[in-house]
Structures are given as structure tokens and as C-alpha cells.
Ligand binder design. Sequence first.
Ligand code: NAI
Ligand code: MG
Length: 500
Amino acid sequence: MDRYKGELLSANTRRFLAQPKRMLIGGEWQDAAGGGTLDVVDPASTQVFARVPAGEAADIDRAVAAARKAFEQGEWPKMRPVDRERLLLRLADLVEANAQELAEIEALDNGKPVTMARAVDLALMVDFLRYMAGWATKIEGATMDVSVPLVRDREFFGFTRREPVGVVGAIIPWNFPLLMAAWKAGPALASGCTMVLKPAEETPLSALRFAELVLEAGYPAGVFNVVTGHGHTAGAALASHTGIEKVAFTGSTEIGKLVGKAALDNMTRVSLELGGKSPVIVLDDADPAVAAAGAAQAIFFNQGQVCCAGSRLYVHKSRFERVVEGLSEIAAGMKLGAGIDPATQIGPLVSAAQQQRVLGYIRSGFDQGARALAGGAAGEGEGYFVKPTVLVDTRDDMKVVREEIFGPVVVAMPYDDLDEVARRANDTPYGLGASIWSNDLSRVHRLVPKIKAGTVWVNCHNILDASMPFGGYKQSGIGREMGRAVLDLYTESKSVIMAL
Ligand code: NAI
Ligand code: MG
């Protein structure tokens, strides 16, 4: 614990870490009913530095009941849209005012570089909350000129309303803990839903600090609840709960399928944002240095623990050597270190399990004949580090080419022509993101419709914006978050037909 009292942490973060951690249920800070706790591990040192309640089914029941009550009674259901907008803007201001502390908590808990947490996670989160605040006053239905054939002597008037879907259960992963909380809370709070958030067991801390800010912003008790706990207990109880109307899940495709099935049993609305194996496609006119830097950012950002990480690099054979050399040089030069150190470029992976998983994939690549031009091993010393790794000499049927590794590991492959690369890029069960590197407008435009992915970037990768819908084709998920599209996930449409 002592190292966290050092100069790298602001006074506010130290204050937060020193407090006992409780869950927010019905506006009150509560321990788990069963009394259990979860250890929170710093992945840079492997030390336990905090404990949070290990919430279980009974705690989910309490939180869902509180969210239900807040949805149906009291101030919240009567609140004017403009007041929901004002609250969400106030919350965004509070997140912004506390951005350094939140970034430090994120860096300690997840391992990510604090500079990136501040510049990406927190910045996107504040923008997104403000963007969603604007939607609170713009949720609208339509009026219809109906032509009812049966009763021609009567006049009818038809209109639609969009109503909040109800109580939302949000289950989120550990790679962007706060940002994923915001992706769920933003539309839920803008549209008048209430919610229960279940953060990942690896990274529960920032959700608890965020919950403090939600209270400070002035949200009525029970509108926003947080239950920390394991996936197979608290998470499973939330996904299968009959007291919620919607599940919003981000995480692995494997668990996403379980969550989707549990939700369907109750006909609970469900949106799933799942895994990926996103291609980076470099055309023969691309500047090799630009492509190498872009490919590095595509895979090494957030230690490669990004659902849309560019983990398969396809380079036209005329540029393959130069791009892959440039990428390997960048990889070999990146500074590994603790996330809270501002000099760090690559932090540790989130957990021992994730480090072992990623190293296992690298080994399987070697066993099947791949070669590492950079990395290929754990980082030195304590902490769950994996060196940024560039693999070549792969075949398209290898595990490292087919499966989501979720670490700083890219497979680089040459190709001959555009039809071939489009086919290989799509030869995956996933379809979350893809990037194309070229200044040849015509060829880029011809390639974009061929790529089966929810987002296609051109001359960039991993660029997200509050206004742009994000989500997956195929096994990368169901539904689109952000943008106007997310409102469809958090509202129901009601048709009203009046005989005049
Ligand atoms: P996970 O999918 O198990 O965890 C995500 C969330 O689901 C966490 O909050 C967890 O507590 C919860 N959860 C787990 N089991 C559950 C269940 N039975 N019912 C309801 N909720 C449950 O992901 P995990 O185990 O942390 O990582 C495993 C692999 O999944 C990673 O190596 C990576 O490949 C992939 N992954 C992908 C993510 C993405 O954004 N695409 C995010 C996290 C993991
Ligand atoms: Mg899991």
C-alpha cells in the first residue's frame, strides 16, 4: 500500500483509496449482504491494494428493487427532460473536475497508462455524457396519417411515443471500466431509465467513485446503483433477473452468449458488445512509415486490450517488409511500466490470468511455426507485463490469426490483391472494426462496403466519437451504442391510435 502514498498519486486519489469501499444501493452505501469481499490487485506490482464488497444474488435483488422503486415512484419519473439534461451535464462537469483522480484510479486498477486514461477514457467519457445530455430533450415520436380500411366513416389519429425501457442491468468489462460505465449510464439517464451497474471484478474501483459523483450531481436515490462482485454470481443474477427490462453487456463473446440466452428467457431487451479480431489493411499506395505507426497504435493502445484492436495486419506484399520492420521497431522501443508512471507507454495486462492467456497464445503461435520480430515474451520483473509482440510467418488457420488474444500481439501477413484481402479480412466470426490505409479514394470506397464490420476507419484506427454508432456485425454483438442509435436500445416505442 505504501507506494500509493507516494508522489505519483494526487491527494484526492489517496483519500479515495483510504476509504472503506461500499456499494451504492438505493442511495445508501452498503456492504454485501453475505459479508464477502473481493481483493483488488494492482497489476503492476501484483499487490492487493483495496477491497470491495463481493455482491451476490441477494444484493442484486436489493439493487433491482431500489431501481424499480426509483423508476416508478418519486421525483425521477416526473422529472422534465430538461431537468434530466441538466443533471447529466452536472455529472459530466463533476467527472471533468475529478478527471485526474479518476484517471489515477483507472491506471492503478487496470494498469493502463494514466496519461492515456486522462486523454482517452476520461475525455471520451465527458464528451459522451454531454452528448447524451443533449438527447434527453430530443427523444421524440412521430405522427402518422393512418388509413384504417375497416371503418371508413371514422377519423383516426396515430402517433408514436418513445418511453424509457425501464430498469437496466449493465454488465461491463475491465478494459475501459469508466468509459463502459458511461456508455451505459449516459443513455439510461438521458432517457429516464434507472440502472444497476455490475463492474468487472478486476476493476471495480472507478465505478464506486463514479457513483459518488452521481450522488453529488443530485440524482434521486435508486436511479443509479452499483453492485460489485463476480460475474458468475452477481453478473449472472443480474442478467437473469425478472425485475429488469434491459441488459446492456460488454465483454467476451463467450459470456455474451450466456447473457443473451438468460435475457431471452425473460424476453428482457438485450444489447451485446463483444469481442473482435479486427483487420488493419494497408494498400500498396500507403506510406510505409505512416502505416507502421498506425498499425502500432491500432494494436498496442491499452496493451491491446481493446475490443476493436487491430490484431490482424494485412500489408500489400510490395510494402510488407518496410511496414513490418517499422512496426517492430516501434514495438521494441515502447517503454513498459506501471500505469501510474506518466512515462509509461505500455502498462501491465489487467491480471495474472490475462497475462497467462496472452502468453499461451504467443506460445501456440510459436508451436505452429510463427516467428516474433518483436516481443514474444513476458516483460521483466514483477507485474503482469507482456512485451509488444509482432508475429510473422503465420497461416490463416492458426489460433493466433483466428482467436481474440486481447493483448499486445499482432499477426502481420502479406497479400496480393484487394479481393483476396477483403476475403481474408472477413474470414473471421467477428466483425467489430477494420481499418484501411490508403489515399486512393476510389479503391477505399470500393473496399468499404465489402468489409463486414460495424466500424471501418480510413487512415486511422480506434477513433471513437460520441456521435458515431459503435457495435458489431456477426459474433461481435447485437445493437449499436453511442450516437442517436443508442436511444433505440434504451427506449420502447409505443404506438397510439385514437378514433376521433
Ligand atoms: P468476461 O466476458 O467474463 O467479463 C465481462 C463481464 O461479464 C464482467 O463484468 C464479468 O464479471 C461478467 N460476467 C462473467 N461471467 C458472467 C456470467 N456468467 N453472467 C453474467 N456476467 C458475467 O471477460 P473476462 O473473463 O474478463 O475476459 C476473458 C476474455 O474475454 C478476454 O481475454 C478477452 O479476450 C475477452 N474480453 C473481451 C472484451 C471486449 O470488450 N471485447 C472485454 C473483456 C474481455
Ligand atoms: Mg470471464
